[in-house]
Write a protein that binds this ligand. Structure first.
Ligand SMILES: *[C@@H]1O[C@H](CO)[C@@H](O)[C@H](O)[C@H]1NC(C)=O
Ligand SMILES: *[C@@H]1O[C@H](CO)[C@@H](O)[C@H](O)[C@H]1NC(C)=O
Ligand SMILES: *[C@@H]1O[C@H](CO)[C@@H](O)[C@H](O)[C@H]1NC(C)=O
Ligand SMILES: *[C@@H]1O[C@H](CO)[C@@H](O)[C@H](O)[C@H]1NC(C)=O
Length: 378
């Protein structure tokens, strides 16, 4: 009797520990497998989700931004690098998994680009500053939209390739990331007072710009392209604060704003439809959707098993005030705005961007989804 109970207990413990291990290391096997792709370079287009130092180098506005100062970067680099987090981003984890060094920002003129380059700029948009201005939407941080980044990319490839054929040969073992991008087009519109209907009407053009960017990188020579979608923005402190309402029906069971998450889903549906079309157009190119939406939801819903502080899931680690530890006029990086004691237990770093820990978990989850679709083993 006693033995059976002990045995049962033992088995339960094994099962529980195995389950916990699986949750905490969702992707070790896939992280290992990712190296079998043999990528020589990764090229990234995008915004603050992936910028590793372009904005802080490109203009005085960027150099003066909070991303150029501590506490940004405090956890991994012990210094600000221009990454909009306390440490590493998803693209850093993708590079690590590929066995490559971190991607250098294109605007670092002294950098080595042997293993790829990062063209992403924090604050950038999928639509050009001019097109947004025509819709009365101001792009306040940078003019380096997707179109500008593609231009930098083309200039760079011209500098390393003799001709297009040479580029096709040089890029055959490269991975291209087109996004996340487009999130800021909606951010600016929503915070500048556009209605949901107006913002929804932008999705067609935003995704059109992303689709054209994919066509362009394929023409440069890309054969493997990942096109990420947007996050469930209704779960982020900046939106929870800005669109706070007494109407409980506006929130889902996880206390995320439904209408904002629906906007992200609407955008993501269009991105996936665009990928489907592009695959028909380019049958020899591998084009994979990066499901950032569901990777975030997985992280958010499994937070208790992942060592995160359940009471802080929607509170910025670095920030002050209100229900979400966030105030648009006193954001992270402003003097006297405090940082939480243990960023490893938070999802949100500054109310807009995620912590290194959240990005690490999401990156692992994403690699698990993406790796089989990249067709590296055939
Ligand atoms: C910190 O980063 C800045 C650039 O963001 C660089 O100029 C500076 O030398 C770095 N400091 C240290 C101690 O690494
Ligand atoms: C964007 O370009 C306009 C026109 O050249 C310029 O006035 C503005 O300062 C630029 N904005 C940023 C954030 O660099
Ligand atoms: C929510 O309700 C409280 C108390 O009824 C009221 O004071 C407040 O203005 C309301 N806030 C919003 C955003 O409607
Ligand atoms: C944000 O901070 C400002 C300045 O400290 C303050 O006046 C305002 O009430 C705060 N807003 C919220 C929503 O807490």
């Amino acid at each position: 009797m006693a033995t059976t109970t002990t045995q049962n207990l033992f088995f339960i413990l094994v099962i529980v520990s195995a389950a916990l291990l699986r949750l905490s290391q969702p992707s070790e096997a896939h992280i290992h497998l990712f190296k079998t792709c043999g990528f020589n370079q990764i090229y990234q287009l995008g915004d603050s989700i992936s910028d590793t130092g372009n904005l802080i180098r490109e203009t005085p506005i960027g150099a003066a931004s909070p991303f150029a100062r501590l506490p940004y970067g405090e956890t991994f680099f012990n210094n600000a690098t221009g990454r909009c987090s306390n440490g590493l981003l998803m693209i850093d984890y993708f590079a690590l998994a590929a066995g490559l060094p971190f991607l250098n920002p294109y605007k670092n003129i002294d950098a080595n680009f042997e293993h790829g380059a990062n063209f992403a700029v924090a604050g950038s948009t999928a639509l050009s500053t001019q097109i947004l201005a025509n819709k009365n939407i101001l792009s306040p941080v940078t003019n380096s939209s997707l179109h500008v980044q593609l231009h930098w990319m083309r200039t760079y490839f011209h500098s390393i390739c003799h001709n297009n054929r040479d580029c096709v040969e040089k890029l055959k073992n490269s991975l291209f990331m087109v996004g996340e991008i487009g999130g800021n087009d909606y951010n600016y519109a929503l915070f500048q007072g556009k209605s949901f209907e107006e913002v929804k009407s932008m999705v067609h053009d935003v995704v059109g710009a992303i689709k054209n960017a994919v066509r362009k990188v394929i023409h440069y020579g890309a054969v493997r392209v990942i096109v990420p979608g947007n996050f469930p923005i209704g779960c982020l402190p900046i939106y929870l604060t800005g669109f706070k309402t007494n109407d409980s029906a506006a929130y889902d069971e996880y206390h995320c704003l439904k209408e904002l998450n629906e906007l992200s889903m609407y955008h993501n549906d269009h991105v996936q439809k665009a990928i489907k079309d592009l695959k028909k157009e380019y049958p020899n190119t591998v084009i994979v959707y990066g499901d950032y939406y569901n990777a975030f939801q997985w992280l958010f819903h499994n937070a208790p098993y992942l060592g995160l502080d359940v009471a802080s899931l929607q509170k910025a680690c670095c920030g002050i005030g209100g229900e979400y530890n966030f105030n648009l006029t006193r954001m992270c990086g402003v003097p006297d705005v405090p940082v939480c004691v243990d960023p490893r237990r938070h999802i949100s770093w500054d109310g807009v961007h995620l912590t290194q820990e959240a990005y690490k978990i999401m990156a692992g989850r994403l690699l698990r989804d993406i790796f089989p679709q990249l067709q590296c083993l055939i």
